[in-house]
Every structure is written in C-alpha cells, then in structure tokens.
Design a protein. Structure first.
Length: 177
C-alpha cells in the first residue's frame, strides 16, 4: 500500500541510444506556464541544458500546467540531470519574479515533486508517433483548433522549415533516421 508518506519512485533507464519521452508538471497541476514569460524561461532553460549536458531535442509542447519533451541524450547525459538543468532555472526565475512582485513565496514550488513520466523509445515508429502526439496535445485539450496555432510547441519547426521559434529542434538527429 502506498501512503502519502511513501512515494513510488520513478525508475529511469538511461540506455544508450534510446530516445526519452518526458512529461513533467507544475506544482499541483497549476497553470504556471499559462503566460509567455514562464514559457520563454522554460525555452531558455531547455536551450542552456542542451548546450551544457548534450542532447538532441526532437519535439516539445509547453502546456499551461505540464510539459512534454522528446530528447535523445548524448553519451554521458543522464535524464535526471537533463530534468534538473531544465526545471531548476525556471523555478529560480519564478521565485525571483514572485519576490519582486511582493508575493509571499514560502512555501513556494513551481514543479511537482519527482521526475515526472519517462518512457524509453527505441523504434523510429514510436518516436514519430510521440512527435505527433506531442503536437496534437493542445488540440486534444481544446486550446486551439490546429497544432499550428499553439505558439509553444515544435509543430512549426517540423512543418515550416526554417521556423525554429520558440525553440530550435534537432530535425536531422540520428535518432530519427
């Protein structure tokens, strides 16, 4: 029996060559990513993490209360470290912004505890299916009528060559060939 005090730990399998489908949520599924400022912070953090630890970004969508990313870690890059390098800077910037606005920040959390959901993908067909799933997320939620209308995803980068806004993806990654 799992109680509130005992949490089931998410197992991570950092197997070389696997793509990882990651999902992580805002604290208590609050819409902390509903504004462009927080989304931009997240894009900046993903870019900085990609440079620092090394991974290919295959797809992403930033929803108001959760995030989906599809990454292919380079050798030596672990999923836990990738998540830490993405999530921590966003939480810090949110804390600074809250203090600047005079908001009470203790106890303040931006992200839900734990690493979120992590699924290993090793077949190209699975990777392609997850890219489509990620891009369709805002449509399934009723936020937009078509994925091209959601500004915080990699749909534009995949379907309109040369449009890497808001975040560059690794369209030519070996994980896709």
């Amino acid at each position: 029996m799992i109680t509130d005090r005992v949490r089931k730990r998410c197992r991570r399998y950092d197997i070389a060559g696997h793509v990882h489908y990651l999902t992580f949520s805002c604290y208590r599924r609050q819409p902390l990513l509903a504004n462009g400022t927080a989304c931009r912070w997240l894009c900046d953090a993903i870019d900085a993490a990609r440079v620092k630890i090394g991974f290919d970004l295959l797809a992403f969508v930033i929803m108001p209360e959760h995030v989906h990313v599809l990454v292919w870690p380079h050798p030596g890059a672990g999923i836990s470290e990738i998540l830490r390098l993405i999530k921590l800077p966003v939480a810090r910037r949110a804390m600074i912004a809250a203090r600047r606005e005079g908001l009470t920040v203790a106890p303040y959390r931006f992200w839900q505890r734990g690493g979120g959901y992590d699924r290993n993908l090793w077949r190209q067909a699975e990777v392609r299916e997850k890219i489509d799933y990620i891009h369709a997320n805002p449509v399934r939620r009723g936020l937009v009528a078509h994925p091209r209308l959601w500004p915080w995803s990699s749909w534009q980068a995949w379907h309109q060559r040369g449009n890497d806004d808001p975040l560059k993806i690794d369209r030519n990654s070996a994980a896709l060939s």
